[in-house]
Design a protein around this ligand. Structure first.
Ligand SMILES: [Cu+2]
Length: 237
């Protein structure tokens, strides 16, 4: 058990496989991910310990079998209302804790006051990014686009699709949202790290789904302003 605990908790200081966050919301999501992983490990260890205790304590008990070598009626199952209520309450408590932690992070993630709005159109099979002044960034499956955001600025991404369901996903942002035809989904993100990050469509959307890639480049505000001026205005599609 000690060895199992050591192995299972070895990654606790780490990110449990999540990428290093590149957004403020992502930091929050990472904390949530860590909390949920610790909760899951705690539950796993608790049940492993209980299982070992039961196996050791009852290993010499005579089997509950009748003449035919099968459990006698009424012997096969022993109900204990307290135990049943106990584990039901325990499971409900675990789910309640996970639910409350998640709701708090989701509420905070939607909370930031955006200073920049970018329209993101996901379509079969690429992405178009439209800035407030009409500047457009668009690529092709062979030449994926790179859209740019300033660091430290809360950005509102308005996600729209003219055809089927897509999903806007930049793993490093640690936030992701579906792009659904007929409605506008809103994703608020505050990039907090300079760099270039890969993005994909994370919802299978038919033949060329795998080619719906793009890049997000996060730069200082001046560099962003200079870049934006150079972008073509008006739809390229
Ligand atoms: Cu897609």
């Amino acid at each position: 058990v000690a060895a199992a605990v050591a192995v299972l908790t070895a990654g606790c200081g780490d990110r449990f496989g999540a990428p290093e966050p590149a957004s403020e919301q992502g930091e929050d999501v990472l904390d949530l991910w860590r909390a949920l992983m610790r909760l899951a490990i705690g539950v796993g260890v608790l049940f492993a310990v209980l299982l070992v205790v039961v196996l050791l304590r009852h290993r010499r008990d005579p089997p509950d079998v009748g003449d035919l070598g099968v459990p006698a009626p009424g012997e096969a199952r022993r109900d204990d209302l307290r135990v049943e209520l106990g584990w039901t309450a325990f499971a409900a408590a675990v789910v309640a804790i996970a639910f409350v932690l998640t709701m708090r992070v989701e509420a905070r993630a939607q909370d930031a006051d955006p200073e920049l709005t970018v329209q993101v159109v996901g379509y079969q099979w690429q992405w178009r990014f439209e800035y407030p002044g009409g500047e457009v960034v668009e690529g092709t499956p062979d030449d994926p686009p790179t859209f740019v955001l300033p660091v430290g600025v809360p950005v509102e991404l308005l996600l729209e699709s003219p055809d089927v369901v897509h999903s806007f996903f930049v793993p490093e942002l640690l936030v992701k949202l579906d792009v659904v035809p007929g409605r506008t989904n809103r994703l608020v993100v505050t990039p907090n790290r300079i760099g270039t990050f890969g993005g994909v469509c994370a919802e299978f959307c038919a033949l060329d789904h795998y080619r719906m890639t793009f890049r997000l480049r996060v730069v200082e505000q001046d560099e962003f302003d200079a870049w934006l001026v150079d972008q073509p205005v008006g739809s390229t599609s």
